[in-house]
Design a protein. Structure first.
Length: 132
């Protein structure tokens, strides 16, 4: 398997070089979570953290914190964007309550178009590909 460097891949998988770096990164994330996010949330008695977009959900997931993203609006090109609500472990019910309230108050969610009828199908086909 020289062509695809399979031997190199196997050797890399067996090496312990990254193990120390991964452990170090995990410790740093745990420390930042406990001394940063958790401390901020608890000291200020916050129910949720709110960020634009959904990238925070990925970061929160590293330490097991819940997060959810809901529609927040549309840019100048009509492309939807959302906001992310994140919280401490065990706050899932509260986050759902907050996100649902936000959705109801803003009315930003637009359901996708239905292709259930022949008319809709033909209309969207023509919009995408021209006339049939």
């Amino acid at each position: 398997m020289e062509e695809y460097n399979q031997d190199g891949l196997i050797a890399a998988q067996m090496a312990n070089i990254l193990d120390e770096e991964v452990v170090k990164a995990e410790r740093m994330m745990k420390k930042l979570s406990e001394e940063g996010f958790e401390k901020l949330m608890k000291e200020n008695e916050l129910d949720a953290m709110v960020t634009l977009g959904s990238r925070a959900a990925t970061v929160l997931a590293f330490e097991g914190y819940p997060a959810l993203t809901v529609p927040a609006g549309y840019d100048d090109n009509g492309m939807p964007f959302g906001i992310c609500f994140g919280g401490l472990k065990g706050s899932e019910a509260k986050l759902i309550e907050i996100a649902y309230s936000f959705e109801q108050a803003t009315g930003m969610r637009k359901p996708p178009h239905s292709f259930s009828s022949e008319f809709h199908y033909q209309y969207y086909y023509e919009q995408s590909y021209g006339t049939m």
